[in-house]
Write a protein that binds this ligand. Sequence first.
Ligand code: SF4
Length: 518
Amino acid sequence: MVDEDFPVTLVRAPIVSTERALNNEATPCIAFAYLNGYLRSKGYHCEVIDCIAEGLNRLWPVAEFPGYMCQGLTWDEVIERIPPNSQVIGFSTMFSGEWPIVRMLIRRVRQRFPDALIVAGGEHITAMPEYSMRDCPAIDVCVCGEGEHALYEICEARREGRDFSQISGAAHIDRDGAFLKVEPKRIRDIDELAWPFWPDGYLERFWAAGKSYGVQTARDMPIMASRGCPYQCTFCSNSRMWTTRYILRDIDDLIGEIKSYVARYDITALQFYDLTAITKKRWTMEFCQRLIDEGLDYLKWSLPSGTRSEALDGEVLAMLKRTNCNYLVYAPESGSSDTLEKINKRIDLEKLTGSVIEATRRGIIVRTNLIIGFPYETRNNILKTIRYGLYLAWKGADEVTINIFSPYPGTEIFEELIGRGGVVVNDDYFLALTSLNSDYTLFNPMTCNIYVGARELAIYRLGFMLLNYIIGYIRYPSRIWRTLHNVFFGGGAAATVLEHRLKDARKKAAGGRMGSIR
Ligand code: SF4
């Protein structure tokens, strides 16, 4: 029974990027779908205002922060859409680089809805709850860590007039100005969670606009098979958000969810949004076998958010290919064993390289992610990573990306940098994270590296990006046809980030779906 008298509204802010941004892909918000499903299963009426979904490809400049753009609904459009009787309004902030902009939106919403309870959650809030609340007093309470149960408890507390002091994962500032936080607890029985709730017409917007997380098909379905990651890389905020508890879903439950999407949407592909989807060989083989047994192996499926390579040996890769897996993203992060040790990335580079080569040999589209510019990384180690990336491109990886290290809150490296004054937290810092993440030109506002300057790192990144594609197209000329087909003639699939961006550019040039508000 859904309670219409206590509506909860969840707001997803626009994508923030620089005016020169290349990398600002819009994807469906699976976190909100989970929150929505959970609150509904507990009897709440939940509305989602997703600025990105409702304003796909609409760009507008942020007057307060020259040089930065938003993609999505404007503040006025968001406020118009929030049901006037909303009792709880929740905001999600995944990326710290978006914080100054999300903060503006929260303040606007507070002015218009002075009596609603304003809740904020997500990776950024989990990493910096006290900072966020003091920087934006419009927030009443933060959700740290996994959101479903904490948000539900907060709604219950609000209905019953209780405070938040007993709710795991809740953080707030009390009347005396003291910051109070109850440590979050992981949800252990994830199979008991309600499946994500996708409002009518929501996913269809992304499909119609050709937006996809990875290799695009007609109707790509976001899904998750696990939560958390057992590793503790020092540049990743995973352990702060999720702890190191790694939980895989029950395969029956997962297959049931997939079948429900086949029935409802006639989906064409599954895109796994997991932090680390494949770590266990037995689970992976069983899952693939079930796809075959249930006649679901006609669906394409992919791991676009990066995966470990330990369980991806020849046998598993053969099974992945057999069951129509079409896209894998590996995240070796570095080609230097020194750097890998320093960042605590526990991988066997030789095995990972073998797995990449085997996957490409089997015809799976492969992307690999690398990072340069860690704080203590020498130029020599950076060059090793670049050489390694070129080797992967030569050996057949379809796309090798190099990012410049970003010191994200909630990571071990960030804490260390803060401790010695290597990072000062303010709006310039947050926006520099956005620039690092979205702007691949030679403009690079930040480096934490003590040996190599910001401009030099940007030159390496841009030069590498071009070389990676040149090697790929010269050595594997059939990709030229694939790209031309996908961008100009197919109208459907896009296999790489480059193809996605070229498609966007073509639409923009044709005056198609790209719009701008000024
Ligand atoms: S970088 Fe990947 S493997 Fe490392 S802790 Fe984060 S999610 Fe886990």
